[in-house]
Design a protein around this ligand. Structure first.
Ligand SMILES: *[C@@H]1O[C@H](CO)[C@@H](O)[C@H](O)[C@H]1NC(C)=O
Ligand SMILES: *[C@@H]1O[C@H](CO)[C@@H](O)[C@H](O)[C@H]1NC(C)=O
Ligand SMILES: *[C@@H]1O[C@H](CO)[C@@H](O)[C@H](O)[C@H]1NC(C)=O
Ligand SMILES: *[C@@H]1O[C@H](CO)[C@@H](O)[C@H](O)[C@H]1NC(C)=O
Ligand SMILES: *[C@@H]1O[C@H](CO)[C@@H](O)[C@H](O)[C@H]1NC(C)=O
Ligand SMILES: *[C@@H]1O[C@H](CO)[C@@H](O)[C@H](O)[C@H]1NC(C)=O
Ligand SMILES: *[C@@H]1O[C@H](CO)[C@@H](O)[C@H](O)[C@H]1NC(C)=O
Ligand SMILES: *[C@@H]1O[C@H](CO)[C@@H](O)[C@H](O)[C@H]1NC(C)=O
Length: 305
């Protein structure tokens, strides 16, 4: 009786652990084949770095730009910045399940961002800046539960900003500037207490800046939205961002008065609102901003006093 129960219990335990176990059955060979797939997708390697260094006869953890965990010897970091690489990203990159750092900035990777990137559950740092990626930002990028820094600046990325992006509570920096993003800025559904910097400048974003956006960003220090097609007025919630040091809203279609609450942004150092349709008087509360050293309100309809 006791034995039967034990067997049954074991069977249940076995039954429930089996799928989990098989999912974890990846090892350094999985990492190796993912990196070799990346090497295969590089069509031009001007310094012959991957060609000569990523050789089958040397251990993966010794390959250029590859970092491994000291205990488990799995690939945790991949940094191939500035090598002039031309190529695309294979879906296999999503198999690097221990990766926390992925930096391929300043190359000439093109094509779409693989949706499989969302499998990188440990990823904290992703930098694809200054490449030639096109297509849309996969919605699933918002499923990266530990992401802290996301850089996709200076590419050819189009489509709208997926609402999932503001669903990552660990986010500290997000930079999507200098792309071809359109549509409106998604709303922020939850408090992003770590977010310090948002950079969406030089895109084709339109519509209003969400009214309650800044209710959820109490620690924001930098906001750059210049060079878009944003309309409407400056949301009053932005004046709750007491730590804001830099606010760049120039070259949009924004209108309305400059609210007196501008005086609440006591840490403000740079403030650019030129090239919009603001009107009225420039609030004298701006004189309260003792750290302000860059201010441009040219090309608006302010009345001089
Ligand atoms: C590959 O690059 C690493 C890091 O720069 C270096 O230590 C190693 O000797 C290189 N290996 C080969 C085979 O070139
Ligand atoms: C990647 O390597 C480059 C060049 O060595 C370095 O400047 C950069 O900081 C590294 N990226 C990260 C995220 O550490
Ligand atoms: C890795 O990813 C690719 C594509 O996403 C897949 O085809 C392959 O079977 C995966 N697994 C291993 C162990 O390489
Ligand atoms: C970037 O990709 C576009 C096509 O999407 C191509 O016309 C352009 O030449 C590429 N730029 C560079 C620097 O390779
Ligand atoms: C945000 O995450 C929650 C749970 O983590 C999920 O229910 C919701 O659908 C997500 N929303 C978006 C827009 O991704
Ligand atoms: C910018 O977006 C508008 C729609 O809001 C569209 O009509 C226009 O073609 C877009 N321009 C570029 C350069 O993508
Ligand atoms: C601006 O500061 C005043 C005085 O501290 C406060 O009453 C007001 O609620 C603040 N406004 C905003 C939008 O934070
Ligand atoms: C300034 O106001 C005038 C009159 O209302 C209007 O015609 C003009 O387009 C406005 N200029 C800007 C830059 O908003």
């Amino acid at each position: 009786m006791g034995n039967t129960f034990l067997n049954l219990a074991l069977l249940i335990v076995f039954h429930f652990t089996m799928p989990t176990f098989s999912m974890k059955l990846t090892n350094i060979l999985t990492d190796r084949s993912a990196l070799l797939a990346l090497k295969d997708h590089v069509s031009h390697d001007p310094g012959n770095v991957l060609v000569t260094n990523w050789s089958a006869s040397t251990p993966v953890c010794n390959w250029f730009g590859v970092g491994c965990g000291s205990k488990h010897r799995r690939v945790t970091a991949l940094n191939l910045t500035g090598l002039g690489l031309v190529g695309t990203l294979p879906p296999h990159l999503g198999n690097l399940s221990f990766l926390y750092l992925l930096d391929i900035a300043d190359n000439n990777f093109h094509g779409r961002l693989p949706t499989e990137l969302s499998n990188l559950r440990r990823l904290k740092y992703l930098n694809f800046g200054n490449n030639n990626f096109s297509g849309e930002i996969p919605f699933s990028l918002g499923y990266l539960p530990k992401l802290e820094e996301l850089y996709l600046y200076e590419n050819q990325i189009s489509g709208s900003i997926p609402s999932s992006i503001f669903n990552i509570s660990s986010l500290q920096v997000i930079s999507l500037s200098d792309n071809m993003l359109s549509g409106s800025i998604p709303s922020v559904p939850l408090d992003l207490l770590s977010l310090e910097s948002i950079d969406f400048n030089s895109n084709n974003l339109s519509g209003h800046i969400p009214e309650d956006m800044f209710d959820h960003l109490p620690n924001l220090k930098e906001l750059s939205l210049y060079g878009n097609m944003l309309s409407g007025s400056i949301p009053v919630s932005v004046f709750k961002c007491k730590k804001l040091q830099s606010l760049h809203l120039a070259l949009n279609q924004l209108e309305g008065n400059l609210p007196v609450e501008i005086g609440n942004l006591s840490m403000l150092q740079s403030f650019f609102i030129g090239g919009n349709h603001f009107q009225g008087e420039i609030s004298e509360h701006i004189k309260n901003l003792i750290f302000l050293w860059e201010f441009d309100c040219s090309y608006n309809n302010f009345t001089c006093v």
